[in-house]
Design a protein around this ligand. Structure first.
Ligand code: XMP
Length: 501
């Protein structure tokens, strides 16, 4: 197990991803973690940071970590912190260095075994090390950075000014693997099947004879959480599916069918009328979200009260949420994304939380889902927002407009079928003139959104083939008689968000 000590870098999560991709389990810990606690790890990686080690209240690791006898790899700020604490010198950068650079790597160093001698690396730093600490040698340099990497091989201390975790660093994955396998002596043994077994045992132990409730939306996180719990505690798990009436065509049936097949026996709470009544006349997006969030909690809470003796609430919280909440584990990261999820449940419910996937990334959850027998169409499903179609109906949410949007959206989904990472229809509060037969028509306008993305934090519009776009427009205007015009959204995120509201 490897510790990633976080100083608030935007890349901390990425470092964890790369280590896990090398099949080594790792945890992100705050920079103030005590050396005692760090001693249980086989190696320590010090992350980057938006701060400067030369600043007055810069976050620093406890300097006794260098006496634990553990390998340490400092990345960017982490390298500067190590150099600063061990007697080297760090200089304030004048303009900093951002982007690709060519670095000459000393391949005699274990860290660079098998890499190219001169390779592209990704730099992103203000300050830099100008003198390595005593007993360290310089093992890489680039045009504008004479000390691009340092090492004290006898103590297993290494520092890189560049970011091996970023894909633009040509041999980045290999450098990380060298650290993990050749320097820390790790084995590539982190496997999803063993994770599932461990978690099932841990859940049994934690929960004992208690009963647990889990809300499922049909999204991959909530379903995999429920399946994992079901494997651990069987009938002590109660699964609640709140249908707010803002789901896509066929979705309610599909979710119930899949959950039932998985042996989950979901309790269906159908409350379309309650949601539609509350949304009557509301057009402001934030207001829609607030109403839906509040009602969702109310309905979920009501359903929970019908199950006696429940002590636990299971949630599909993932590692990025854990790392990102309140600005990273160290609270230092600049907040880039605000949380969308349908708020927390009131504390008055007095339930203990169980979050078995809080150490996993999204693609690991998909993998775990497949291990647990969740069908592929569910594990690979595109994300669908908690407020559902309400935020894809620009303007008022009515039953009639929902029906129109559902039909158009089904066509978009059928035609694009996996060729983008997220794709859907949006109904606009605009009517437009057309001609149908010999008659003038005046019908709704529908927008098609399709984006390519890996993290949903940035996205580019998907360059769908013209034939696909043509088919979508022809089918929608032919099969949904209330829609007279179809437009394609060609805006990237940023500046636009993926959803329209
Ligand atoms: P945006 O629109 O912010 O969306 O670019 C990024 C990703 O988040 C999804 N999304 C939501 N998911 N509740 C959710 O559970 C929400 O309120 C919500 N809003 C957006 C969106 O579908 C996209 O995948």
């Amino acid at each position: 197990m490897i510790a990633i000590v976080d100083f608030g870098s935007q890349y901390t999560q990425l470092i964890a991803r790369r280590v896990r991709e090398a099949h080594v389990y790792c945890e992100v810990v705050p920079y103030w973690t005590k050396p005692d606690e760090l001693s249980k790890y086989k190696g320590i990686i010090l992350s980057g940071s938006p701060r400067s080690v030369l600043g007055e209240s810069s976050p620093m690791p406890d300097s006794s970590i260098y006496y634990l006898g553990k390998p340490v790899l400092g990345l960017c700020y982490g390298m500067q912190a190590m150099a600063h604490q061990l007697g080297g010198a760090v200089e304030k950068g004048k303009s900093g260095e951002y982007g690709r650079a060519e670095a000459k790597l000393d391949r005699n160093s274990v860290l660079f075994q098998g890499t190219k001698e001169v390779g592209t690396v990704w730099m992103s730093h203000g300050d830099h090390v100008i003198k390595a600490p005593k007993d360290f040698e310089v093992i890489a340099s680039s045009g504008s950075c004479a000390v691009a990497a340092i090492s004290n091989a006898s103590k297993n201390f290494y520092g890189l000014q560049f970011h091996p975790e970023v894909k633009h660093t040509e041999d980045g994955a290999l450098i990380i693997e060298n650290f993990l396998f050749k320097i820390c002596g790790e084995e590539p043994s982190w496997k999803m099947s063993s994770f599932a077994e461990e978690q099932i045992e841990a859940i049994k132990k934690t929960v004992g004879d208690d009963h647990v409730i889990a809300g499922v939306s049909g999204g991959v996180d909530s379903v995999v959480t429920a399946v994992l719990l079901h494997k651990a505690i069987g009938k002590q798990l109660h699964v609640i599916f709140v249908d707010h009436g803002l789901l896509r065509e066929g979705e309610r049936e599909e979710v119930i069918f899949t959950l039932t097949n998985l042996g989950l026996d979901p309790i269906l709470v159908g409350c379309e009328d309650i949601f539609l009544d509350a949304l009557k006349g509301v057009t402001e997006p934030e207001q829609k979200r607030t109403i839906i969030g509040r009602l969702f909690i109310e309905e979920f809470e009501k359903a929970c009260k019908t199950i006696p003796g429940v002590k636990w609430l299971a949630q599909g919280t993932l590692y990025p949420d854990v790392i990102e909440s309140s600005g990273g584990v160290s609270g230092l990261a600049d907040k880039i994304k605000s949380h969308h999820n349908v708020g927390g449940l009131p504390e008055s419910m007095n339930l203990k939380l169980i979050e078995p996937m809080r150490m996993l990334f999204k693609d690991e959850v998909r993998h775990l889902g497949r291990e647990l027998g969740v069908p592929k169409h569910l594990t690979d499903r595109q994300p669908f927002p908690g407020p559902g179609l309400a935020i894809r109906l620009v303007g008022e949410v009515t039953r009639q407009r929902l029906d129109i949007l559902r039909k158009a959206d089904e066509i978009v989904r059928e035609e694009i079928a996996g060729d983008a990472d997220q794709y859907f229809a949006v109904l606009l509060p605009v009517s437009s003139v057309g001609v149908q037969g010999d008659e003038r028509s005046y019908n709704c306008v529908c927008a098609v959104r399709a984006v390519s993305t890996t993290d949903f934090m940035t996205a580019s519009w998907t360059k769908l083939p013209y034939e696909v776009l043509d088919r979508i427009a022809t089918r929608i205007t032919g099969e949904v008689k209330q829609i007279g015009r179809v437009v394609f959204d060609i805006t990237n995120k940023p500046p636009a968000t993926i959803e329209w509201e």
